[in-house]
Design a protein around this ligand. Structure first.
Ligand code: NDP
Length: 299
């Protein structure tokens, strides 16, 4: 039985981080600009703490300055907004990321909208959302950008291909659909109310799974030879009581049908942090009017 090619996000992201580090080194030496990333965490959610630590570690490894702001769970919205105002005005900070989710007493949308759009390295500010949708140049959400880089590396031009994006969140599904439209794909966006999900997936040359349900997308839904990008990260408990991470695609089934597929872990996950660093470098370069090699003409 033929097996799909595994798309190695660990290797791709390592190369991308090396390229970013080389350019950061250059602009530090030549232009005396040190890209700075500020990461803000409210509360003590263990998973968020791990994400924030990894983001800061990777930023430092790339030669960037990393500013970590860990605030107690009872931080007021006003206090958080004041902190963001300070980061907006701080010339050493080029990228600001507020780790989501925020505690319920804080209005996350208000916080996102308080971040200066040109420092919004998550790409969630309505200004950046609008730029992506309308075909302009802004900052692009990291997970969809990383997924697109893997697809382009695998397939070259995506022009004319049929893509299905399963999931319509603001963080993954919707920006992914906009990116694929910009790549000249014919895009279907599926969600929990989609009538014939297997049928929609069967017609697609490219499948993006961003649902948050372990193994929901089955192997016999996949068109033979299709490229499958599994964004899902789900922790499942095994019969022996141990746990492991799985994606939204039934990997063992899909790998026998697809042309190429991302594993979980080791696929899209590592691309997200690499693209955050890429966005921070992009933001610093734009703020100081420096050239950087483009990840894409519009990124
Ligand atoms: P959300 O919960 O915000 O969105 C899930 C989407 O899936 C919704 O649009 C929902 O539809 C849709 N959905 C739910 N059930 C079904 C179903 N039965 N059939 C079809 N569609 C369905 O999740 P996110 O977009 O934030 O994340 C999705 C996954 O990606 C998660 O596993 C998350 O952990 C992972 N993730 C991974 C990242 C990475 O770095 N690799 C980064 C971000 C997320 P509806 O809108 O109708 O409710």
């Amino acid at each position: 039985m033929t097996q799909a090619k595994l798309i190695d996000g660990n290797a791709f992201s390592a190369t991308l981080r090396d390229q970013i580090a080389a350019r950061v080194h250059e602009i530090r030496e030549v232009n005396r600009v040190v890209p700075g990333l500020a990461v803000v965490l409210v509360g003590e959610d263990p998973a968020s703490q791990v994400y924030v630590r990894n983001k800061n570690k990777r930023a430092t490894e790339c030669g960037m300055t990393s500013f970590e702001h860990v605030l107690p769970i009872d931080t007021t919205e006003k206090h958080l907004l004041n902190l963001i105002e300070g980061l907006n005005d701080d010339p050493a900070v080029h990228g600001i990321l507020v780790q989501l989710p925020l505690p319920r007493h804080i209005d996350a949308q208000k916080v996102i909208e308080a971040i200066r759009p040109d420092k919004d390295v998550d790409g969630f500010h309505p200004w950046n959302v609008g730029k992506l949708a309308a075909g302009g140049i802004g900052l692009i959400p990291c997970t969809p950008l990383g997924s697109l880089m893997l697809l382009r590396d695998q397939l070259g031009s995506l022009s004319g291909m049929k893509a299905v994006v399963v999931g319509r969140s603001n963080i993954v599904g919707k920006p992914m659909a906009h990116l694929l439209i910009r790549e000249n794909c014919t895009v279907t966006v599926a969600h929990s109310q989609t009538r014939d999900l297997p049928g929609e997936v069967r017609g697609a040359d490219i499948v993006i799974a961003a649902v948050g349900k372990p193994g929901m997308i089955r192997g016999d839904w996949i068109k033979p030879g299709a490229a499958v990008i599994d964004v899902g990260i789900n922790r499942v408990t095994l019969p022996d009581g141990k746990s492991r991470l799985v994606g939204d695609v039934a990997f063992d089934e899909a790998v026998a049908v697809a042309g190429a597929i991302t594993p979980v872990p080791g696929g899209v996950g590592p691309m997200t942090i690499a693209c955050l660093l890429r966005n921070t470098l992009t933001a610093a370069a734009r703020l100081h009017c420096l050239d950087i090699p483009e990840a894409h003409p519009w990124a």
